[in-house]
Design a protein around this ligand. Structure first.
Ligand code: XIL
Length: 330
């Protein structure tokens, strides 16, 4: 019972909606979620393409069913994600209008969605992945980095428009800026925190920073992770680990999950959790969420192609040593 060990949320991303492995139709997944976790994130179904598939037509049935499942089982919900460059509907990607029309379109989405869930969620990822690794705003496509239509059509102000609209719609929900690679990339985290400081100075509502933490078996190490969390704590903002998973086979050399890999993974989950507990004071702990229930669900394998085992439960939905590592860290 992981979540029974602490006061702050221990979360998990779950498949839902029309996904073949939807948690709502999967007793073995529900057993894990209900035993170990106190919060869920929808892995996909609260993203813009799902909630507003065509302009002005919102679809909340699947998300409402998931929120009801969470509430009926004593779990809270972390909303993911109001504004992102990816998984937006085609009509949104191809929207035509000037900056003001784009701003209205963005605000209409955020307002409708955040109002719909008002009072039902602990927190939202308000804006996801607006920065690149070099600290610049995501703009046009560069190499493997997809561009952001929000930035291209509105400019960097789209971020504060989203935060303002989310707060206007829901007075109490925590509002996060969420991104990847920031547990090791100083340039990127510093750029995000410059924005966050500016928001604080100008009273733009922001509660915390979400660290996705899709990380690798080889790094970043505990000391580096602590340093990065500390920078957020120093601003008085909450720290939430929003999507942790641990790639064990990025180099593709492993064909099976060996005991050595299992133990390495256990140690890595433990040190990530320890870094969090040792750095983030209780008042700033937004919680720790893993990105998936069991290895068959991971997004990592379809994305990279190698066999991999990034999560804390195995193919048979049995706990791996990683679960004990996570618990040890708490
Ligand atoms: C991923 C999901 O896990 C996949 O099922 C989907 O195909 C693509 O998105 N960062 C995020 C998440 O913020 O929304 C992403 O989720 C993983 C990376």
């Amino acid at each position: 019972h992981l979540s029974a060990l602490v006061e702050f949320p221990i979360g998990v991303a779950v498949p839902a909606g029309d996904a073949g492995n939807s948690v709502l139709n999967s007793p073995e997944r529900q057993a894990i979620v209900e035993q170990h976790f106190s919060q869920i994130t929808a892995e996909n179904i609260m993203k813009p393409s799902y909630l507003q598939p065509s302009e002005g037509r919102f679809f909340f049935d699947d998300a409402d069913a998931l929120v009801a499942y969470a509430n009926n089982n004593g779990m809270s919900v972390h909303g993911h994600a109001l504004i992102w460059h990816f998984q937006i509907a085609d009509w949104m990607a191809n929207y035509s209008g000037d900056a003001q029309a784009w701003q209205q379109m963005l605000e209409a989405h955020v307002t409708e969605v955040a109002s719909h869930f008002e009072g039902q969620l602990d927190s939202w990822d308000v804006v996801n992945e607006a920065f690149l690794d070099d600290g610049s705003y995501r703009n046009v496509d560069v190499g493997n980095d997809l561009g952001s239509v929000w930035y291209q059509n509105i400019g960097p102000q789209y971020i504060e428009y989203a935060f303002n609209a989310a707060r206007a719609a829901d007075a109490d929900v925590d509002l996060y800026y969420n991104d990847y690679n920031i547990s090791w990339n100083d340039t990127k985290l510093d750029a995000i925190l410059t924005m966050a400081q500016d928001f604080l100075d100008r009273d733009i509502p922001i509660s915390g920073i979400g660290f996705q933490m899709h990380v690798d078996k080889s790094g970043p190490g505990k000391a580096k992770i602590k340093q990065q969390f500390q920078k957020v704590v120093d601003l008085g903002l909450k720290v939430k680990i929003t999507e942790v998973d641990l790639r064990m086979n990025a180099d593709g050399r492993a064909t099976t999950l060996t005991n050595q890999l299992l133990l390495q993974q256990k140690a890595r989950y433990q040190e990530i959790v320890e870094a969090y507990i040792e750095t983030v004071p209780p008042s700033l702990r937004g919680g720790i969420s893993v990105w998936g229930i069991a290895d068959p669900d991971t997004w990592i394998v379809p994305l990279y192609g190698n066999p991999d085992w990034p999560l804390m439960f195995d193919d048979q939905f049995q706990p791996k040593p990683a679960l004990q590592g996570f618990a040890n860290g708490l």
